[in-house]
Design a protein around this ligand. Structure first.
Ligand code: GLN
Ligand code: ZN
Length: 759
């Protein structure tokens, strides 16, 4: 075997106690000065470098740290500031940097969107009319700081130009080449300055290389990397990919870069196959992504070591870096402190800090000093204990899920027949009005939950409080004249956590936070065991709401795919099987609601689209089982029971087929922010089931006018069947205040009334 070292690609910024978030938010709130903020964040940044060094990582990334988002860092370092901020200076003030991400009094924020298939969201760079220039060489600053403060020779990380342009907006097809022409010299300038400062290697992140590439793309990639090689010949580039297998491996190995980083966890088969077929160029360095940077489980070190050996043989006499599959940004910081978990579960977890240890253990073992590192023994024991946990082998659940995968999941009748029966049963008016589920989670509601959780309130007292809220809002909804009511979801914090806490097979960490966007962090539940239904989870509140009114109350559940996609999932079972387990548990809840007299049930799937694989060719497999899981949840009900679903995105056209296949009687979709686009997609292909396009944007406190909603509804009715159309807001109202919510819904019901009259 060639030389083997350990390396990392990026470390979580947020800190073990989310101190990063707290400091930045304190600055925003005016509680600390800019200088104090710099001091505190510097301390965090250096702490992370020190930790990686002390854990024995050979290749330590620098420049991966950020004050908000690494894509925003890249854009602003080249002066890509949206024109509406009227920036005209040599310096980039910190407040301007934050304003691009968050908006200010003068201008709206830049868009934010998902970072590939992760739950991290980046600020979309805007390519305007102004020419870019190097405003600040961020990687250089990071490199020098690590060297001067800690004596660490870090490897600067940059977002590669190819990926940067793929993620940016504002350029049209023809202009990509213009932008390469503008930005490539700036990359060269930054790299030359790095070289001059003594940097040997640069990690150039190009995750876009795992998504399908056109011939144009390949040509542009060549242009970028041949230019860099020619202009900065002394610097070594590690072309780093992650999240899946690379496309066009043969092209990538011919590029004049000195290293190629591949993901052997999420792109294992594809990348291995490419190595087998083409080998690896002699003299180059292979970054072997072997430790999962997207999940929280301990790696199986024996298995990983043999994979490493196989890769090493395939790659020949080459330098190998044992590294995570991607930046550790996507996993929580440390398992230390998770005392609430069972010992077996706790010992089976590896967050960022523990993953560093796994890297060095593997590296040690592979470099083969004969002795096996102690960690291997510990690893085997922990994994064996996890495997033996009875929660992971509930035979009945396993069998039912396997069965669900092959058995049909169909409603008893086709939509046309169900529709007639439902019309006869519900006698809803033309253009019925409803809401998406939640009503304002006021400070009072949150305080009540805290008191109950801390034991200050008895469960009875808390339940009475929730009932009081339900009572109040049923009355409000009746006064507003809504046709289908909801109970308001006051008992729920988070739509996934609420169900996870009630379903065997889930566990919750105390500090398993990961960054979602900016300073916003999420703490995904852990699905560690077989998931099964224990007892009704929503019947109590829903039936109570129904007892207060003669109007139908819509039951409210989170769908199986959303629960799956917003959790950390066990890795010994396929996601498909886990989805069926959750679906079967939820189906029991659907049946319990139906039995309690709830005849309309909404199963939310806002995260269905998020789970789409990066490669188009993998979409249909995912969508097949995702749709099936939804149908497993919803298909066992009576024809008269009306199944609703809700999704909060408007990119819809490319999966319209599958959304139809969910066979939900009614779907509500978020649309008001790009209404035109969605309406447009229905011109080509109409929707044959019940549908409500959100008629106002709930993300803003602004009360919409009746007139604007009337015109929106009328436009929609030109392309959709009026007999199937529903009127509802864009999404749940839990983030809004009571006053604006009531005022907005009043305008909405008035708009419905008006359109009904006009018709
Ligand atoms: N029923 C949920 C609510 O109203 C839906 C939330 C969502 O779509 N993200 O809050
Ligand atoms: Zn929504």
């Amino acid at each position: 075997m060639g030389n083997i070292v350990s390396g990392n690609l990026g470390y979580p910024r947020i800190g073990g106690q989310r101190e990063w978030k707290k400091h930045i938010e304190a600055y925003w709130a005016g509680k600390i000065t800019e200088l104090e903020l710099h001091d505190r964040l510097t301390e965090i940044r250096l702490g992370h470098l020190r930790l990686q060094r002390d854990r024995g990582i050979d290749v330590i990334p620098v420049g991966d740290f950020t004050y908000y988002d690494h894509v925003l860092d890249t854009a602003t370092m080249f002066g890509l500031v949206p024109e509406r901020f009227h920036w005209n200076s040599d310096k980039l003030p910190l407040d301007l940097y934050f304003a691009i991400a968050r908006g200010n009094d003068l201008a709206t924020a830049s868009e934010m969107t998902k970072w590939f298939n992760t739950n991290y969201h980046y600020i979309v760079p805007e390519l305007g009319r102004r020419d870019p220039r190097v405003v600040v060489n961020r990687p250089l600053m990071a490199y020098l700081e690590a060297q001067q403060e800690l004596g660490v020779e870090g490897r600067p990380v940059m977002l590669g130009l190819f990926t940067l342009l793929k993620l940016s907006k504002g350029e049209t097809a023809g202009q990509v080449d213009d932008w390469i022409e503008k930005l490539l010299p700036l990359y060269v300038q930054v790299l030359r300055e790095l070289e001059a400062a003594g940097v040997v290697w640069v990690q150039m992140d190009e995750p876009a290389l795992v998504v399908s590439l056109t011939e144009e793309d390949v040509r542009r990639l060549g242009l970028i990397y041949w230019t860099i090689a020619r202009e900065v010949p002394g610097l070594r580039i590690m072309l780093q990919t992650y999240f899946d297998a690379v496309e066009r491996y043969d092209t990538l190995v011919e590029l004049p870069v000195q290293g190629l980083g591949l993901d052997f966890v999420h792109g294992r088969d594809g990348n291995l196959e490419a190595l087998r077929r083409n080998g690896f160029p002699a003299g180059k360095t292979l970054g072997a992504g072997l430790i999962d940077g997207r999940n929280i489980w301990r790696a199986d070190l024996d298995e990983t070591l043999s994979l490493l050996k196989e890769i090493s043989v395939l790659a020949g006499e080459t330098e190998l870096i044992v590294q995570p599959s991607c930046s550790l940004l996507h996993v929580p910081v440390s398992v230390a402190g998770e005392e609430r978990l069972s010992l077996v579960l706790r010992e089976a977890l590896a967050f960022a800090e523990q993953k560093l240890e796994e890297l060095t253990s593997l590296c040690e073992a592979a470099s083969g000093e004969g002795l096996e590192p102690a960690r291997f023994t510990e690893n085997r024991r922990a994994l064996a204990a996890l495997a033996a946990d009875p929660a992971r082998s509930r035979v009945a659940v396993r069998e039912a899920a396997a069965q669900a995968a092959v058995a049909p999941a169909e409603r008893a009748s086709e939509f046309a027949q169900r529709r007639l029966k439902q019309q006869a049963k519900w006698l809803l008016p033309f253009l019925p009005t409803t809401t998406i589920g939640s009503f304002p989670q006021t400070a009072e509601v949150r305080a009540a939950r805290q008191k109950w959780r801390k034991g200050e309130w008895s469960p009875e007292k808390y339940e009475e409080f929730i009932r009081e809220e339900i009572r109040k809002w049923v009355e409000i909804q009746e006064k507003l004249g809504l046709d289908v009511l909801v109970h308001g979801e006051f008992e729920r914090t988070d739509m996934v956590e609420f169900f996870g806490e009630k379903l065997p097979g889930f566990a919750f960490t105390l500090g398993g936070w990961v960054q979602s966007y900016g300073t916003r962090c999420v703490k995904p539940p852990v699905i560690y065991g077989d998931v099964e239904f224990a007892e009704p989870m929503t019947v109590n509140e829903t039936a109570y709401a129904q007892s207060l009114t003669a109007k139908p109350v819509k039951g409210m559940l989170t769908g199986p795919i959303t629960i799956l996609n917003w959790s950390f999932v066990r890795s010994d079972l396929s996601r498909e099987q886990v989805a069926y387990q959750i679906a079967l548990a939820l189906r029991k809840e659907v049946e319990a609601l139906e039995q309690a007299g709830i005849g309309m049930i909404q199963v939310d799937e806002p995260a269905l689209r998020e789970g789409l694989p990066l490669k188009r060719k993998d979409w249909s497999n995912y969508l097949d089982w995702a749709v099936k899981a939804f149908r497993v949840t919803t298909s066992s009900v009576l024809d008269t029971t009306q199944i609703h679903t809700h999704m909060c995105y408007c990119e819809f056209e490319d999966i319209l087929e599958e959304i139809r296949a969910l066979d939900a009687d009614v779907i509500s979709i978020e649309t008001s922010r790009s209404h035109g686009e969605l309406i447009h997609s229905f011109e080509k292909q109409t929707y044959p089931l019940g549908i409500g396009l959100g008629v106002y944007d709930i993300h803003s406190p602004r009360v919409p006018t009746k007139a604007e909603m009337v015109s929106m509804i009328e436009r929609a009715l030109q392309v959709l069947d009026p007999g199937l159309f529903w009127i509802n807001p864009d999404c749940g109202l839990k983030t809004r205040g009571q006053k604006e919510t009531v005022a907005s819904l009043r305008q909405m019901t008035a708009a419905a009334e008006q359109v009904r009259k006009n018709y």
